[in-house]
Design a protein around this ligand. Sequence first.
Ligand code: ADP
Ligand code: MG
Length: 206
Amino acid sequence: MKTDFILDAAQAIQRTILANEHTLESLDREIGDGDHYINMKRGASTVVDMQTELATLSPEAALHKIGLKLLSTIGGASGPLLASFFMSMSKSLKEHGYDSPTKIAAAFAAGVQAIIQRGRANLGEKTMLDVLIPVAAQFESLAALGHDAKFIANALTKTAEAGMRSTKDLIATKGRAAGLGERAIGHIDPGAKSCQLMIEAVCQLV
Ligand code: ADP
Ligand code: MG
């Protein structure tokens, strides 16, 4: 993985967030407070605006800087969670390198672990983790089997989609939607939707 890929990914993420304004805003209005689109838009534009500065950095330094910046720019529950994802991913790349799908998969999984720890949530609680946990597990297993990047990217896109859809029938036990009880059933979790969109956008670049 090169820093150029991170910069392209940031632009692709910004495009998909902007293109899904209505979806993200209405999902968070249904089971949250309606700010998820604004939070994600602010985070994506902040990273895209850092392009020149990031271009001179190694991938791990770029991801660390992105994490630090997101901590202070995205509000809400999702800000610190996504910030810790990028910082832990950076740490893993620094320690183990980034020259193979296996190492990138390990870094992605380390980022997801950081979200689990920071948010004290896990699979099945109607959050972004219902997308991220299955994607991380599949990324690691397909990379270990030696599949190529394109094959892995196609599989992860489908798994992210299934994870996002799975949140529809769940009761939320973490985050703002937790107060809604059974009323949250029938609505897709906004953070799961934005993560699915970001994963799809990045996988399309592979
Ligand atoms: P807020 O909930 O503070 O308004 P956002 O609307 O930006 O923040 O983000 C809401 C999303 O954050 C939820 O849809 C859910 O996916 C995610 N989320 C909330 N709490 C947690 C948690 N403890 N662990 C993982 N994800 C969480
Ligand atoms: Mg919200």
